[in-house]
Write a protein that binds this ligand. Structure first.
Ligand SMILES: Cc1cc2nc3c(=O)[nH]c(=O)nc-3n(C[C@H](O)[C@H](O)[C@H](O)COP(=O)(O)OP(=O)(O)OC[C@H]3O[C@@H](n4cnc5c(N)ncnc54)[C@H](O)[C@@H]3O)c2cc1C
Length: 427
């Protein structure tokens, strides 16, 4: 990011909208029709948090979202927020309904070899998880940004393309869903918050996008049951038939996971097989039976992680799943997305208020520190959960040693607790 550009400078800049003299066979370039300081691509937790903080600081932005408002407000995914993330949202006045409605969790439970081991991580760290389904958070953030603050968000924006992000005059074009016409927005900065399947990451030239990737070699059948939780905390079932998990999503909804072969077809998992396998892998003496219910979601996740380094290129800044994916092993993805969004927002606000570019230049390094901390923990934890069912006696032995150390050593327990709840850091 060169020089101390300001909004005023940018707004004053002449935008050349005359068509370029291409031969008739070339599609005519779409002229820039408007200019905003920041275009945010994607209205997930990352994009919406960023947009809200920018709007509060009077930095104009446009959010381009491929799906409809109804769709993103109902898309089920994450449900656990780490306490530092909730407190950071609270400081930005974005946690009102969350704090009213979310349950807090302070323990998790491991079930292995027919025994239950409770792990009271909040006793060690003083920090809790907040159980708040992602669709509720997205609904709150959209309402706050669009309805309360009057922010500009364009749903159904298809064919998003980034242009000239390595210059001082980037722009973003998209197809307007109502008119079918291409539109182009000139901007100073593009925030790529369009998740794991978005387009912004593809704008990084191959020689600049270093992608570190880890494949776990297993699938998880992700299930959402219309049934009250069967435990007051997250339950990890470590089992030779494969890992299983139970996670509350609300008073009447529970997420379950079942380890399965990668690429497995959800059709191979009729409801009866799902419940029978969950009972097998999660039942232990003394635990209440699983409350069963209609399965509203059944999809196979091929468990993998990746990190894009650096997370910025020219005037494009990636945030959230667009920059890194953590398989949902320790409920880290949404929390990392919020960390990126808040870090980027702080850097952009400083830039537009004072011309200070240090935050933007340091953005990628600041985010990657936490990203790698979470990746390392996720990989360590994955091995503990998958080792016993891997068929490899060495991996199974290692996993058992990890569990024994976790329950036998207060120092190991404290280290686990700190990583599980997410290190705080100033946000
Ligand atoms: C089954 C499951 C369970 C999970 N559980 C947890 C959990 O408990 N805790 C946790 O922290 N994380 C969890 N995660 C991860 C979490 O959901 C993600 O990390 C989080 O959604 C990332 O937020 P984001 O804003 O970066 O991306 P997203 O939420 O993916 O948002 C990206 C947005 O961009 C839009 N978009 C995509 N492409 C385009 C385009 N070309 N143009 C315009 N818009 C586009 C998308 O429609 C979407 O609205 C889970 C994920 C899954 C799949």
């Amino acid at each position: 990011m060169g020089g101390a550009l300001t909004v005023r400078l940018h707004n004053d800049r002449m935008i050349d909208s005359s068509p370029a003299p291409f031969p008739a066979s070339f599609p005519a370039p779409v002229p820039p029709l408007e200019h905003v300081p920041v275009v945010v691509v994607g209205a997930g937790p990352a994009g919406l948090t960023l947009a809200n903080v920018l709007r509060d600081a009077a930095v104009d932005c446009v959010v381009l979202e491929a799906e409809s408002r109804e769709f993103i407000e109902q898309r089920p995914r994450a449900g656990f927020l780490e306490e530092w993330a909730v407190r950071a949202l609270e400081r930005h006045k974005l946690a009102g309904r969350l704090l009213e409605r979310a349950q807090t969790h302070s323990e998790c439970e491991f079930r292995i070899g027919g025994e239950r081991h409770r792990f009271a991580y909040a006793e060690v760290t003083g920090k809790h998880h907040f159980v708040y389904p992602q669709p509720l958070l997205v609904t709150d953030l959209v309402r706050e940004y669009a309805d309360v603050k009057g922010g500009d968000i364009r749903f159904g924006a298809r064919g998003v393309e980034l242009h000239d992000v390595d210059t001082e005059a980037p722009s973003v074009s998209y197809t307007d869903p109502a008119s079918g016409e291409r539109r182009r927005i000139a901007c100073d900065v593009v925030a790529g918050c369009d998740g794991a399947r978005g387009v912004t990451r593809a704008s990084l030239p191959p020689e600049r996008a270093h992608i570190a990737r880890l494949d776990h070699g297993v699938g998880w059948l992700a299930l959402l049951a219309e049934a009250p939780p069967s435990s007051d905390c997250v339950v990890f079932g470590v089992h030779p038939r494969g890992f299983a998990a139970h996670m509350a999503r609300g008073p009447q909804v529970t997420r379950y996971y079942l380890e399965c072969p990668p690429g497995d077809d959800p059709e191979n998992w009729p409801d009866e097989r799902v419940w029978s396998e969950l009972r097998e892998r999660l039942s232990v003496a003394g635990a209440p039976p699983l409350t069963e219910g209609r399965l509203m979601e059944k999809r196979v996740l091929d468990m993998h992680n990746y990190v894009v380094q650096p997370m910025a290129y020219g005037r494009l800044f990636l945030a959230g799943d667009a920059a890194h994916l953590v398989a949902p092993i320790a409920a880290k993805g949404m929390n990392l997305a919020l960390h990126d969004a808040l870090t980027l927002a702080e850097a952009l606000v400083a830039y537009y208020r004072t011309g200070e570019t240090g935050g933007l230049r340091g953005y990628s390094a600041a985010c990657l520190r936490r990203v790698w901390e979470y990746q390392e923990f996720s990989e360590w934890f994955a091995e503990l959960l998958h080792g016993p069912s891997s068929g490899d006696p060495f991996r199974a032995g290692n996993a058992t040693a990890r569990l024994r150390r976790l329950f036998g050593s207060p120092v190991a327990a404290a280290a686990f607790a700190e990583s599980y709840i997410g290190s705080g850091g100033a946000m």
